[in-house]
Design a binder for this molecule. Structure first.
Ligand code: GLY
Length: 370
C-alpha cells in the first residue's frame, strides 16, 4: 500500500541500491519499514543523548511492535563525538552486542551520528549493513544519503572514512519540528545548495517557499524529497567522487575553513558555514567574470530572507586573517596535487569544478565579505 504522506527516492547503485523514504510519522512505522532488510529480528541502535531523549523510545516501541528487539548506545551530542575515542567505543559496544555480519546497525541522529555509525558499520567485521534515520534537516538532505561515512581528526574534518552505502534511509520530516530554528536554518543551507549547484527552477521555488518550510510539512517534504532526488542522481552517476559528485561541495571549501577557524564551535554551525561558503563561491565566480553580478546578489538576498548568515561579518567574534583562512582551505579534502579546488558557477544552477582560482582574487573576495 502506498502511503500518500511518503515519497520514495531510489538510489540506483546496482547491488548497493537502496530507497530513501521521506514522509511524516516514519519513526512510528519503523518496524514495518525496516523488517524487510533484516535477517533476524534484532538491531543495534547508535544515537546521541539529545536525540535519544526525543526519539529513541518511540523508535524502540515501533520496532518492538513488529517483533524487532533492539539495544541502544547513546553517545554525547556534538561534533566532538565524531573522533577515534567514540568510534572505538561504538565498535566495541557493537561487538559486545554480538552484532553479526548479516545484522543491521541503525543510526538515529544527525550528521555526526550518521557518519560515525556508518563508519563503525563499514569496519565492523569488514562491513555490516546499516540503516540511517536522520533527525536533522542537514542529515536528511545530505549526509544520510550517498554513503560517505567517517570521523574527524586533529588535521581536519572527515579526513578518515569510507564509502559505505546504507541499506535504507528513513527521513521522518516530523522530527524536524524538534529542531531549534537555528538548526533548521543551518540545514537549509544544504537545501539551497542543491538549487544553486544544479537546478535554477528549484532555487526559484525556494525563493518563493523557503520562508514557509519550517511551518508547512507538505512544503518541507517536497523540499527534502527534491534535494534527496538530486543527490541520488549525482551519487548514482559518481558514487566515489571522481567528478560530478564534487559539485555537492559547493560552498564547502570556504565553509570547512570557517568551521576550522571558529574551532567547530557554536559560533558557526556546518550548514551556516556552507551558506556563507555558497555566497562566497558566487562572489568569487562573479569577480572572475564567470557569472553576472545578479547571481551573487540573489544568493545573498535569499540567505538574508531566510535569516541566515551570509557574510564573514555575520560570524560572531574575530576571524583569522586571509592567509590563515586560505591555509585552512588548503587542508580541505578536495585539494588535488596541492592545488585548491573550488566549486564555482556560471549562474544559478550551473556549478562546475575549478582548479583555476588565483589567490589574489580569493583575497579580494574575502576582504569584501568581512
Ligand atoms: N556531502 C557531500 C557528498 O555526500 O558528497
Amino acid at each position: 500500500m502506498t502511503d500518500p504522506r511518503m515519497t520514495t527516492v531510489h538510489v540506483p547503485l546496482g547491488e548497493r541500491a537502496y530507497d530513501v523514504l521521506i514522509g511524516q510519522g516514519l519513526i512510528g512505522q519503523a518496524g514495518l519499514l525496516i523488517a524487510p532488510v533484516l535477517h533476524r529480528p534484532r538491531v543495534a541502535i547508535l544515537t546521541d543523548e539529545t536525540v535519544a531523549g526525543l526519539h529513541l523510545a518511540p523508535l524502540q516501541k515501533a520496532l518492538q511492535a513488529s517483533g524487532i528487539d533492539s539495544a541502544a548506545l547513546a553517545l554525547p551530542a556534538g561534533e566532538a563525538t565524531k573522533g577515534w575515542p567514540h568510534l572505538t567505543q561504538a565498535v566495541e559496544w557493537l561487538l559486545e552486542q554480538r552484532v553479526e555480519r548479516r545484522d543491521v546497525v541503525v543510526a538515529l541522529g544527525g550528521g555526526v551520528i550518521g557518519d560515525l555509525a556508518g563508519f563503525a558499520a563499514a569496519i565492523l567485521r569488514r562491513g555490516v549493513r546499516f540503516v540511517q534515520i536522520p533527525t536533522t534537516l542537514l542529515a536528511q538532505v545530505d549526509s544520510s544519503v550517498g554513503g560517505k561515512t567517517g570521523i574527524n581528526s586533529a588535521q581536519g574534518k572527515n579526513l578518515i572514512g569510507a564509502f559505505h552505502q546504507p541499506s535504507l534511509v528513513l527521513a521522518d520530516i516530523d522530527v524536524l519540528d524538534t529542531l531549534t530554528p537555528r538548526d533548521f536554518r543551518a540545514g537549509y543551507g544544504e537545501v539551497a545548495k542543491y538549487g544553486l549547484l544544479g537546478d535554477a527552477g528549484f532555487f526559484e521555488w525556494l525563493e518563493r517557499h523557503g520562508p514557509d518550510l519550517a511551518a508547512d510539512p507538505a512544503l518541507r517534504q517536497q523540499a527534502v524529497a527534491h534535494s534527496v532526488a538530486m543527490k541520488a542522481g549525482i551519487v548514482s552517476r559518481d558514487e566515489t567522487e571522481q567528478g560530478e559528485r564534487a559539485l555537492l561541495n559547493l560552498g564547502h571549501t570556504f565553509g570547512h575553513a570557517l568551521e576550522a577557524a571558529t574551532g567547530y564551535s557554536d559560533r558557526l554551525l556546518h550548514g551556516e558555514g556552507v551558506a556563507i561558503g555558497c555566497a562566497l563561491a558566487f562572489d568569487l565566480s562573479a569577480r572572475m567574470g564567470l557569472c553576472s553580478q545578479e547571481a551573487p546578489s540573489r544568493v545573498l538576498a535569499h540567505l538574508r530572507a531566510m535569516g541566515m548568515p551570509a557574510r564573514l561579518s555575520d560570524i560572531p567574534g574575530d576571524l583569522p586573517d586571509d592567509d590563515a583562512l586560505i591555509a585552512l582551505m588548503g587542508q580541505d579534502k578536495k585539494v588535488v596535487d596541492g592545488k585548491l579546488r573550488f566549486i564555482l558557477a556560471r549562474g544559478i544552477g550551473e556549478a562546475f569544478v575549478s582548479d583555476d582560482v588565483q589567490v589574489d582574487m580569493l583575497r579580494r573576495v574575502l576582504a569584501e565579505a568581512r
